[in-house]
Design a binder for this molecule. Structure first.
Ligand code: KIV
Length: 303
């Protein structure tokens, strides 16, 4: 049974004030990642509130072993493709690793590219340390809305000891709390909490005044985000503990391609019905001209 929403004809684009209103009203905000036109169309058809072109696309669609390798130019290709498919959701692009760390100027220049070239409504950056907070403030100051991201920040997975939950010790919890509050004060209109204990999220929420989107942060946030390929099972392996799988599309895709391959090999595809027809008279005429052409070719062919 389909659970696709019946979309109102007067649907209008989601704005930042809409997200604050949803938070105030206790209406959960739905965010999903997308990296190309079809994933964006699926997100659009599901009427999600926010679409994120996550740098997770480095792994999910570009096949890199982590997110750190992806470049601005690669992210821009994904962003532009997804942009073409999104009409209503607030459209956020991730700043990839190395594109904002050097200076506030570098961060602003990269953010502006994602807005001007990629069509992003906002950008997201990772970490809540002093330099990321400074970058967030600079980008907001340049007029580009910013989403922060604390907890498990995959761009710094190596320093964090791998892809593991954060905030499970006092020091780590304090670091997350400080980062979230400082990003909020720097002007981020929204912050992602990734892989932090549910009970810590509950504590942190009391200090937050902007919409908080969780991924592996429990149910207390204002909204949730999942990676498109994780929730639809377009991946090998089970993925993180916090993922719920709503489909097994990789299996369905592999089965479909395997059936096609088997039918081609067995001569069962294509059938005549998959082809085009030509009038018998046209075919006869073609044959006679072809014969003439063949004899002409014979005449010029070297002996
Ligand atoms: O890159 C990404 O997909 C993300 C989400 C997990 C929030 O940053």
């Amino acid at each position: 049974m389909s659970t696709r929403p019946a979309l109102p004809a007067d649907r209008r684009p989601v704005t930042i004030p809409d997200l604050f209103e949803m938070r105030r009203a206790g209406r959960p905000i739905v965010m999903v990642t997308a990296y190309d036109y079809p994933s964006a169309r699926a997100a659009e058809a599901a009427d999600v509130d926010m679409v994120l072109v996550g740098d997770s696309g480095a792994m999910t669609v570009l096949g890199y072993p982590s997110t750190v390798a992806v470049t601005v130019d690669e992210m821009l290709v994904l962003t532009k493709a997804a942009r073409r498919g999104v009409e209503h959701a607030l459209f956020v692009a991730d700043l990839p690793f190395g594109s904002y760390e050097v200076s506030d100027e570098q961060a602003v220049a990269t953010a502006v590219r994602f807005v001007k070239e990629g069509g992003a409504d906002a950008v997201k950056l990772e970490r809540g340390d002093a330099s990321s907070v400074s970058r967030a403030r600079a980008i907001v100051g340049a007029g580009v809305p910013v989403v922060g991201h604390v907890g498990l920040t995959p761009q710094s997975a190596t320093s964090l000891g791998g892809y593991r939950a954060q905030g499970r010790t006092v020091d780590s919890a304090l670091r997350i709390a400080r980062g979230a509050v400082e990003l909020q004060e720097a002007g981020c209109f929204c912050i992602v909490f990734e892989a932090v204990p549910n009970a810590l999220t509950v504590e942190l929420m009391t200090q937050m005044t902007v919409p908080i989107i969780g991924i592996g942060a429990g149910p207390a946030t204002d909204g949730q985000v999942l990676v498109f390929h994780d929730l639809l099972g377009i991946r090998e392996g089970t993925g993180a503990k916090f993922v719920r799988r709503y489909a097994d599309l990789l299996d369905a895709m592999a089965d479909g391609v395997a059936r096609y391959a088997q039918e081609v090999r067995a001569g069962a595809f294509p059938t005549a019905d998959h082809g085009y027809r030509i009038d018998q008279a046209e075919l006869d005429r073609f044959r006679s001209l072809q014969d003439t052409m063949d004899s002409r070719v014979e005449l010029v062919r070297p002996s």
